[in-house]
Design a protein. Structure first.
Ligand code: ZN
Ligand code: ZN
Length: 133
């Protein structure tokens, strides 16, 4: 029980320090610093329990393995950015106005999902200015 608790705390800490959606493999890499005995099976088991408890929620991007984010961070309507160079996913604040203008006559929109792709700040800096052209 004690071990389970410290594993879960380490995983929650990984989410908080990253403050972006994490894949199980990323969680393992970060949380292992606190709990060296952690393995991928334990991460999956703990995530499942955190999902059931409503602590985290899945972030599903088309054609991507599942990532997760803290429920508290997900509370507000937001979208995601996926870096094509390092495969990290980031939270975007806010939304796009005027989506309803895209709808054909007679259509009603009940929801939307927006994913932006590109390179994150770290990858853009690494690639140099020519990458942005
Ligand atoms: Zn990147
Ligand atoms: Zn939106």
């Amino acid at each position: 029980m004690q071990r389970q608790t410290s594993q879960r705390l380490a995983i929650e800490a990984a989410f908080r320090s990253a403050s972006r959606p994490l894949a199980p493999q990323e969680i393992l890499q970060t949380a292992r610093g606190h709990v060296p005995s952690l393995n991928l099976a334990t991460v999956y088991r703990t995530l499942k329990r955190m999902l059931a408890d409503g602590v985290i929620q899945p972030v599903d991007l088309p054609g991507e393995p599942a990532r997760y984010e803290l429920q508290a961070a997900a509370g507000q309507h937001h979208h995601h950015f996926r870096c094509r160079r390092c495969d990290s996913v980031f939270d975007l604040q806010g939304c796009v106005a005027g989506l309803r203008r895209l709808l054909p006559e007679g259509f009603r929109m009940t929801g939307h999902d927006i994913v932006l792709y590109g390179s994150c700040a770290a990858c853009s800096a690494q690639a140099g200015p020519e990458f942005n052209t």
